[in-house]
Design a protein around this ligand. Structure first.
Ligand code: NAD
Length: 435
């Protein structure tokens, strides 16, 4: 199959690319991995073209009445990347860094992620360019409701099901569910996941992504013949994913020697008490000022001599500039896209076992799927059942990716993409091209 491998220059910019190719363009990072896996799968050119393009990209202007009476207009995106396997599924983030390129990449990642864990969803993502930390609760609610109204044509339990992502949470999901329900005239809990448990959310959803990271990290340790007890872990990002993963790994016997958030990084070779760090961060809204351990830089954290490095913040933190300094034996990608494509080969050369994002952080969407199933069935499961079913899916998915990586002698990332792309491609072949 012919794949364009020309060196990026100002004159070679693909049709669907509005920004120049660079290492930190997340869509390109995703596509480079996609291309490699597609080539190994010998994907037919027509399907290759289909899977390289998002199905639908929506840009909305979101006017919001501020508390001071002035109207501000924000830009919101929703991208449905591929819905061949089922309704689009993907989070919504509120952040100043949100771009269409990023949302496209995240939507594609969701497509591959749902396919890796074999749940019947396609991939989507949304975002609004805003600084939620500078907005009041009332402003955030009005922003959420107006953004929801702007994209309401695509939303629905059978078409597109959002979830929380960076800077959005259960409360935001409740507003989206309410806005959608008001538009259609009846309560539709299954239109979003990651809702409060009291209104159709699933037990275990809040912890699911971090729990999934813990499960696949244990699988990787077992594969590499390393004991869980005493394994040292450094966690970048102490939000939903990072804090839960840190707590659960510690509960399994690991020693978490470093944690960080956007304002501080803490190191303690004897191990940080994660419960106390969670309590501190909950109370102060940040790790800054945490009284135990030593303050280090974010760059130092990445280069620490820890067995496991767990990036759980934003994308593009492991790049060609710092990949060579990483000393961890395992990287568990809790965040989406923390490693650039160009950094992959450096990690490979250094023998680092990477559990790629589309596998490592798939626990969240897996329990979102359970939530959607429970909402539609109107029958709710115990937390133990949720966790057991999550464990089964994460272990089976890890093994399926590992088996493929051994069979094709490729790293775990390429194997995960191969598994995902082959599953999506199979459905496309069976469905054919609607004309
Ligand atoms: P969150 O907003 O709860 O937490 C993000 C954390 O990262 C915060 O502690 C923040 O302070 C920290 N952070 C931001 N910039 C940083 C920096 N430069 N250095 C260190 N820390 C920094 O978000 P989350 O839900 O935990 O998501 C984190 C990542 O995991 C994102 O990439 C998200 O897409 C991905 N993810 C989340 C879920 C989920 O269920 N929440 C599922 C799959 C993937």
């Amino acid at each position: 199959m012919a794949i364009d491998r020309r060196t990026p220059t100002n004159t070679i910019v693909g049709r669907d690319k509005e920004t120049f190719l660079n290492e930190e363009n997340p869509f390109e990072a995703m596509m480079l991995r996609f291309d490699k896996a597609a080539e190994l799968l010998n994907l037919e050119p027509g399907l290759y073209r289909v899977l390289r393009h998002p199905e639908k990209q929506i840009i909305v202007s979101v006017p919001v009445m501020k508390d001071n009476g002035e109207v501000e207009v924000y830009t919101g995106y929703r991208v449905l990347y591929n819905t061949s396997r089922g309704p689009a599924k993907g989070g919504i983030r509120f952040d100043l860094q949100v771009t269409l390129e990023e949302v496209k990449a995240l939507a594609a990642w969701m497509t591959w992620k749902c396919a890796v864990v074999n749940i019947p969803f396609g991939g989507a993502k949304g975002g609004v360019v805003c600084d939620p930390h500078s907005m009041s609760i009332g402003e955030l609610e009005r922003l959420t409701r107006r953004y929801t109204a702007g994209i309401i044509q695509v939303l629905g339990p059978d078409s597109d099901v959002p979830a929380p992502d960076v800077n959005t949470n259960e409360r935001v999901m409740a507003w989206i569910m309410d806005t959608y329900s008001m538009h259609v005239g009846h309560t539709v809990t299954a239109v979003v996941t990651g809702k409060p448990v009291e209104m159709g959310g699933s037990l275990g959803r809040r912890e699911a992504t971090g729990r999934g990271c813990m499960i696949v990290t244990k699988q990787a340790l077992e594969h590499l013949g390393m004991p869980v007890a005493g394994t040292t872990v450094a966690v970048m990002g102490f939000g939903n994913v990072g804090s839960v993963a840190a707590r659960l790994l510690q509960a399994e016997g690991c020693r978490v020697i470093a944690i960080s958030d956007r304002s501080a990084a803490i190191h303690d070779a004897d191990g940080i008490d994660i419960d106390s760090a969670i309590a501190y961060s909950g109370e102060h809204g940040t790790l800054a000022g945490y009284p135990m351990g030593t303050v280090i830089s974010g760059a130092d954290l990445l280069a620490l001599d820890a067995d496991v490095l767990l990036p759980a913040a934003l994308e593009n933190v492991i790049t060609t500039r710092n990949a060579a300094s990483i000393r961890a034996r395992i990287i568990c990608e809790g965040a989406n896209g923390p490693t650039t494509a160009a950094a992959d080969s450096i990690l490979d050369e250094n023998g680092i076992f990477v559990i790629p994002d589309i596998l490592a952080n798939a626990g969240g969407v897996t329990v979102s799927y359970f939530e959607w199933v429970q909402d539609r069935g109107g029958y709710f499961w115990t937390e133990q059942l949720v966790n057991d079913r999550l464990g089964e899916i994460m272990v089976n998915s890890f093994q399926a990716v590992l088996d493929l990586s051994k069979e094709h002698k490729v790293n775990m990332r390429t194997a995960a993409y191969m598994l995902a792309i082959s599953r999506v491609a199979t459905v496309h072949r069976l469905r054919g091209v609607y004309a």
